[in-house]
Design a protein around this ligand. Sequence first.
Ligand code: GTP
Length: 383
Amino acid sequence: MTSYSLERYLQELDPPSIQNLRARTPGAIASQDRQNMQSPTSSTGAYGPRDRPSPRRPRLLLMGQRRSGKSSISSVVFHKMQPAETLFLESTTKIQKDPIHSFMDFQVWDLPGQLDFLDEAFDFDKIFGELGALIWVIDAQDEILDPLSRLHRTIIALQRDYPNVNIEVFIHKVDGLSDEYKLDTQRDIMQRTQDELADAGLENVQISYHLTSIYDHSIFEAFSKVIQKLLPQLGTLENLLNVLCSNSGIEKAFLFDVLSKIYIATDSSPVDVQSYEICSDYIDVIVDISELYGYERLPPGPPIPRPLSPTTMARQEEGEEICSVIRLHNGMVLYLREINKFLALICLMRKESIEKQSLVDYNVQIFQDALKKVFEIGGANKQ
Ligand SMILES: Nc1nc2c(ncn2[C@@H]2O[C@H](COP(=O)(O)OP(=O)(O)OP(=O)(O)O)[C@@H](O)[C@H]2O)c(=O)[nH]1
């Protein structure tokens, strides 16, 4: 049977193999302490063990100069604010702590741009300790030298005490810029940063750069990459998606966080922007429709019979997940399956593959079981 290897993979997915896969995760977190701190299974996981103690949540710090777009980013990505509405956001005057309860619990701190958090008046460890990632937002439409020098001072200070923190630079507001100008700006920022850090004796600091705008999908894609680095299970998830794709004739598969439209994992074929955009739009539509007409998401416990959703959605008999299939005019098919309250699987495949939909459904069910295993949840997924 085509799904044989996926089942076998699942059977072999014992704790030691999960450990090995973790070790191969690209963004593997260096120290054991940070793994403990950042592991969704050690805080609250994709399957939401809210009844387990959750002492710490990885913290994402949004920093950068005034009006660079920090609050806009957090409002658009995590609170579904329309980009145009951010024009009316007021300047942040104190640290905004935003707890995010999703497939994994974390917190986003929006730091006011006018304050210098390296100043002795601030408790450095309270701000930068327990940090999952520092996201430094640079307004690409504005003067960059001053913000860059603040970024460099912050990296140098961080390297002293927290060398393993992920540093993510968002070269932001690139919507109004030509492709050539965007790339020139990115090159300039990278070069200056490298030179400055080399002068400070720091040669191998890992920094990721992202060109972002709240007016397109780039901000969601950048956040996806930031969040993925905090997931110790990323390598395992990618492998599971690879096996699912190869056994079901799927060309591209994304595992999305439905609330934020961040994808937490994808198979290892290259991500092309159009596939990502269409999947992301699809989530919006399906989630909106299911909220309006779909079944009520139930608390844990035995399923209660409810009326069926619209025709595009079929309530799964056991799991009550949303499932939807759309045929596109280019011959491709979009397949969505809700994995749990927080996660949805979206696959792009050729129409020939969906002709055997029962096989795809079966393989997806096994994938879903594998996810449960990965997140070690027992039966707590039906939230
Ligand atoms: N063109 C464009 N404008 C943006 C983008 N993101 C944010 N803005 C605008 O930038 C302005 C400042 O945004 P804020 O989010 O308030 O900036 P901030 O960094 O939080 O500012 P402080 O709170 O003062 O530190 C707003 O008018 C936003 O609409 C973007 O991607 N493109």
